[in-house]
Write a protein that binds this ligand. Sequence first.
Ligand code: SAH
Length: 344
Amino acid sequence: MSVISKIASSHSFSDKALLEVLSDDKYDQELFSSADEIRRSVYGTDVYIRGLIEFTNYCKNDCLYCGIRRSNSDCDRYRLTKEDIYGCCEEGYSLGFRTFVLQGGEDMSFKDDDICEIVYNIKSRYPDCAVTLSIGERSRESYSAFKSAGADRYLLRHETANAEHYSKLHPQSMSLENRKNCLFTLKELGYQVGSGFMVGSPFQTLENLVEDFKFLQTLGPDMIGIGPFISHKNTPFKDFPNGSLELTLRLVALLRLVFPKALIPATTALGTLHPNGRELGLKCGANVVMPNLSPVRFREKYELYDNKICTGEESAQCRDCLDRRVKSVGYKIVTDRGDARTIK
Ligand code: SAH
């Protein structure tokens, strides 16, 4: 049995097998077609869309890779008003979105009550929609309050599962331990949880990626988001090379093999790295895309990394463009909340 069919049939891996597949392009063809086969057996050709609302770029954190880090004084800061946010949802709903993702920097001027009010209002207006939060690390009490207000899902990438590597990417005030605790808390509270990591972040080794897979196995997330690291000109990592397209695609495909039912986005970072990055991601096992619903005048300001795509077009144009892109590789965007088929 080939190394790929072993992983695909057991949904598990040995460290050696994973390292081998990650470091040699001779497996790519079988790997990618096997991932697509599994994706089609679980989700058919359906692609789920999530309307991303980047509602604030204020952040109290100082992650070394991130363009909206606190120390970037060149970053032009903005916050959407609650009415702006509801406006994004209204437009998104009419375009067929049934999931809204509220993402932002860690902006403490949005108090728990504010987040709860926003979530509650969106859920009341659109009871057939899921609301996902992606606002970083907060306390159990906060997460619990957001859940009670109606939040369904939470995205919090672990970024890297190796503590030493984590400390090279983040300021001392942050820790992998806390990040992990947040993720387990979110699970306990009944959220559908998404985690993930950057590919090719500074100092990352292939062994680190094996650790990422093992951590994800322990967590059992519903969603797994990965994308290449892309440098940002106003960060300490400005001179580091971007993550590689090939390695990202291999990892997307391997995630599909190991986590057959996971929701895996073809990320904006992948689309930024290569003009057809998202299409390639879909062909390698991804089944979600997350276009931007933020008002166009703010989009360039949510600059996590250089040259981020889709900052100039209105949401409706983005939606049409994505429709065409997804069709071009043989899949179909569906109007659906797009919940995960439960893992295992
Ligand atoms: N404050 C939230 C949202 C962070 S932005 C939180 O802490 O979860 C969402 C994701 O963008 C991050 O989790 C990170 O993985 C990714 N990201 C940030 N900077 C990036 C960069 N330079 N290149 C690629 N991805 C980046």
